[in-house]
Design a protein. Sequence first.
Length: 463
Amino acid sequence: MKKKIFTTILVVLIVATAAVALACRTPDDEPDVPFEEDKIRTYLTNGGFENGLNDWLVLEGNAFSPFAIVRSTDLFWMTRPFMARGNWFYNGFELGEAPTGRMRSQMFTLAGDGYISFMVGGGAQRDKTFISIHKEDGEEVYRFVNTAFSDPEMTLNLHRTYIHLPQFIGQVLYIQLNDLADTGPFGFLTADDFIVSMTEAEAITLAYETFQEAMALSEAPSTWFNGINVNAFIKSFYRSYNYPFPVSFGSPPEPPETETTLRNGGFVNGLDYWYAVEGDLFTPAAIRPSTSRFWVTRNFMARGDYFFDGFHVGENRVGKMRTQKFTLAGEGFISFLIGGGPQMIVTIHTADGTEIHRYTNTAAFNDPHMVLNMHREYIHLPERIGQVLYIQLEDPTATGPFGAMTADDFLVSLTLAQVREVKRVKLEELNAMPPSELNYQTNDVKTWMLNFYANYDYPFTDE
């Protein structure tokens, strides 16, 4: 009996001692990490961290530690998978947000068709947490920042990105992970599965496999997080990703042109049924929860759960994106919410691409009253009833100030009764909005917006 009690006490002491040692560990406690490189080699020997940090070289700081290599089966926020590859991955959050540092891969000679791919998460602080690619002499030739970050949909969980650097084929490069953020929010990186020197065929195959894995994710309510269908967001991300090679998947196939409404005019399902025309602005990373705020307190005045926020991915991006094609019905009314800079454009086209209507945000834009916060526009095209049309969003400017767009709630084929109801609801929402969510400094934004709608040239009359 005494022996059993003694054994129990001994086990408790050992566990307690181990816990204290783990809590008190320092960089000096970390095991030596083997590092070996051959510049002629065209691949990384441990790009997926299956052998810890072997063949990764810590350049400075303590953010990149063997203690941050964790099992792919780990969860964050109790229930959410990291979506890593293999058995292990790098989780910077394991050490907390305070550590900073830099770490690089082995040098390698870029081969194949110059494609590089890896999985990344975290990195909300884009100027301090990023992944860069360098020449042998240290010159940075490419920088990746996590514009896909979206809280809570795409945070610590990893997503795959693809880079094409054909101009550096045959040159010696290395990949560097940079964590210069010593505070939150999300001031760290998660990373996995660095693959270099891929051919185009290999990159397409990897993209297809990753896409299929994403499409297989369950959207059952049990997988949601705080009422948000995060897996639907992830699926939309991969459908709309701007792949640097030809692929046969993306947004769902375009619905029949005979449909008279838009399937996803309010971005509730990310960018599903929106189709990129050109540029890199229109990415799922720009889809934000309607609860988001700008300038700390100000309401974007979106509808539904999500909206498009071009400012979230940066003013340096430009592009065009269109809706599905639809047959205009009802009494020919169209309405949408729009915000952002005066250069932002919304056009309406016939099926063959002919532009028939153009809206620019020049007249409505007013700093600070009507900036990123959206207002509702109304268009009447009765002469186009029965014709196949589409709506196109365009951001033509890569500079600020206000060089981006916010948009939401595209409604088509409205009757007179419906468009009157849209107007009524909009004014009711504005009147009910607390001034603290609209006003800016000493500017009475709410009164300004009410006056805007009072003087708006509606293409219909009230009852």
